[in-house]
Unconditional design. Structure first.
Length: 257
């Protein structure tokens, strides 16, 4: 239950596998000259370019970069330059740089002057702290909602819970991260507190960035997490407060991504 957001739109076709885990090869001299002229250098670069549509370019790039972060394709500690990434997407460096600036605000990357952006390195302690804060927010809210929200309103969220199972079944970590976050956001939206939803969603997204040298999330782990969504929804519909509290607390106690 700890990875993802329902999709605010279809994932870009270029998102999965768009970033290598090792430096790319075969760069042209022209691309190298252009990058050096901007004073930016990269230690890791993506593979062959893939064209993106011109409308909402920054949004598409941001979605692709977020997916690559969740998948671990943007490696913690590595530096990536905006011109190099832009060349691979077939766009200028500007939308890439803007998307990276957004990721810097979210804490996913750090700005490295005259070089580009370094993927933030996180340890288990940071992840545990995020899980603790999320539990402090979400547990009491869900218990309150379980007492007051009628069953038919919970039933509307069933497709969102099922979307997490679908993503988990194929081992798509980025899609799972999106669908997981969307389910949580939809539940908390029922509180009517927009500020709470925004804060909780930001914390959730931050909890999804991979740990330094962390193990890849197994499909079995994703499926186990996805099953918690459907179980939680059943408990909310039944207004079973004991089960709701147990499920949510257990989930945050064992959160790993």
């Amino acid at each position: 239950m700890e990875q993802g957001s329902a999709r605010e739109g279809a994932r870009p076709a270029y998102a999965p596998g768009a970033f290598p885990r090792t430096p790319a090869e075969g760069r042209t001299p022209e691309g190298r000259v252009q990058e050096q002229a901007r004073g930016e250098h990269t230690h890791s670069e993506p593979p062959a370019p893939r064209a993106v549509q011109r409308h909402s370019v920054r949004g598409q790039i941001l979605d692709a970069l977020r997916a690559a972060l969740v998948d671990g394709e943007l490696v913690p500690g590595q530096v990536y330059s905006a011109p190099a990434l832009g060349a691979r997407f077939g766009v200028s460096a500007t939308p890439v740089r803007e998307a990276m600036q957004r990721l810097a605000v979210e804490g996913a990357v750090e700005v490295v002057p005259n070089r580009g952006f370094r993927v933030s390195e996180r340890g288990p302690r940071e992840l545990a702290e995020l899980a603790e804060v999320r539990a402090l927010i979400e547990v009491p809210v869900m218990l309150s909602l379980a007492r007051t929200v009628p069953a038919h309103r919970w039933s509307v969220l069933r497709p969102l819970a099922e979307a997490t199972v679908t993503a988990a079944a194929v081992g798509d970590r980025a899609a799972y991260a999106e669908s997981d976050r969307a389910f949580h956001r939809a539940v908390l939206t029922l509180s009517g507190n927009e500020q709470l939803v925004t804060v909780a969603d930001d914390l959730h997204r931050r909890s999804q960035w991979p740990l330094v040298a962390g193990p890849a999330t197994r499909r079995a782990d994703l499926l186990a997490d996805a099953s918690e969504h459907t179980a939680l929804l059943d408990a909310l519909i039944a207004q079973d407060l004991t089960v709701v509290q147990a499920l949510v607390r257990e989930h945050f106690a064992g959160a790993d991504g």
